[in-house]
Design a binder for this molecule. Structure first.
Ligand code: KG4
Ligand code: ZN
Length: 347
């Protein structure tokens, strides 16, 4: 099965062609991502209206390149898929409408994909991972633990009550004058700093529910920064290192709670999977490797190109759904808000 997948829910315009063999093996034929970071940088974050316009401007070329790279024609594809949400509604409409138009004109099946479901299933595109597995989705817009029980059976077991992890990195970076996106900048400055100089809070540590709260940490960082302003280069590095150290402690604790919660149940996960842009952070990866090794749970972190937003994960989620006989009508409406649990399909 050959699927063209389109992703336009945030600031990446992406398209990919993915093959799924009948034994469930996946193969990425092409994966084209046009990042709009340059367009949003001067505003310190993603501007929805600019994002939607930029998607319109480049989507045709991105799709064309995905087909050329894959060395296939539209007529070779079995289905066209697009992320139908959740995300910035202008961008969602651009990708969804284009996918529907192509499906209609080329007489192909159409699949509307929940962006979060695509993140959740992307790990199965690179290798065999049995259900159920525990996913930590950590991106700029989302932070949640989801038990992936089967295709279309997703149980959220915890999430953030305020900021997403990536958002916390972005806000920290902005506050310290490191630009957008903050995650990579904070990580590299943290390497030069002293993680023990500032005693920042570890919100939710020890709580029985595997939830996150990050806005208090951000506020504490601001208070420390303001107290010693103007900041030297070393101050910024020390603040980054202290911030990242607090985040590491929080993730480790929340992950242990989530895994312990499932350990004695029939839902004992076969693996702990991390997806989303924050999974790019090497310090977080290292900590997760150590923690999961201690807990005896295999850790799987998909390659970076699959962790951040991309079209291959959309195409793959569609292929997994099509293999179960699930497809959508061209009247499928875009959704700005779309909790993963609502993507559940009847067994
Ligand atoms: O998944 P993604 O590409 O886009 C969505 O948000 O859907 O994730 C982007 C987020 C941004 O908040 C960015 O700051 C964060 O992932 N990020 C990082 C790192 N690289 C990207 N956060 C921490 N450390 C990093 N190295
Ligand atoms: Zn995403």
């Amino acid at each position: 099965m050959l699927v063209l997948g389109i992703e336009t829910t945030c600031d990446e315009t992406a398209a990919a062609v993915v093959h799924r063999a009948s034994d469930g093996t996946g193969y990425i034929r092409s994966n084209v991502v046009y990042s709009q970071i340059a367009e949003h940088k001067e505003f310190g974050g993603v501007v929805p209206e600019i994002a939607a316009r930029a998607h319109v401007e480049v989507l045709d070329q991105v799709i064309g390149k995905a087909l050329v790279d894959a060395q296939v024609r539209l007529s070779d594809c079995d289905a066209i898929a697009a992320a139908a949400g959740p995300g910035l509604i202008g961008g969602v409409i651009v990708g969804l409408t284009e996918a529907k138009a192509i499906a209609l004109a080329a007489k192909k099946k159409f699949v509307a994909i929940n962006h979060l479901e695509a993140h959740a299933l992307s790990v199965r595109l690179i290798g065999r991972v049995d259900f159920p597995y525990l996913l930590l989705l950590a991106s700029g817009g989302h932070t949640q633990f989801v038990l992936i029980e089967d295709i279309g059976r997703y149980r959220k077991i915890g999430g953030t009550v305020d900021d997403a992890l990536g958002e916390a990195f972005d806000k920290a970076g902005k506050m310290l004058g490191l630009g957008y996106p903050g995650g990579p900048a904070v990580e590299s400055r943290a390497l030069l700093g002293n993680p023990e100089r500032f005693d920042l809070p570890r919100p939710m540590l020890g709580r029985a529910e595997p939830d996150f709260s990050l806005s208090g940490l951000k506020t504490a960082l601001r208070v420390e920064a303001e107290a010693i302003a103007p900041l030297s280069e070393q101050d910024v590095s020390d603040l980054c290192a202290s911030f990242q150290s607090a985040v590491l402690d929080v993730i480790a604790d929340r992950m242990r709670v989530a895994l312990r919660l499932l350990d004695d149940s029939v839902y004992r996960p076969t693996a702990f999977v991390v997806a989303g842009g924050v999974a790019a952070n090497q310090a977080i990866r290292r900590m997760l490797e150590e923690e999961t090794a201690q807990l005896g749970t295999p850790l799987i972190v998909p390659p970076q190109s699959l962790c951040t937003d991309n079209g291959a994960m959309i195409a793959w989620a569609a292929a997994e759904r099509l293999a179960r006989g699930i497809e959508d009508g061209l009247d499928f409406a875009p959704r700005a808000r779309w909790p993963l649990a609502e993507s559940t399909t009847p067994a």
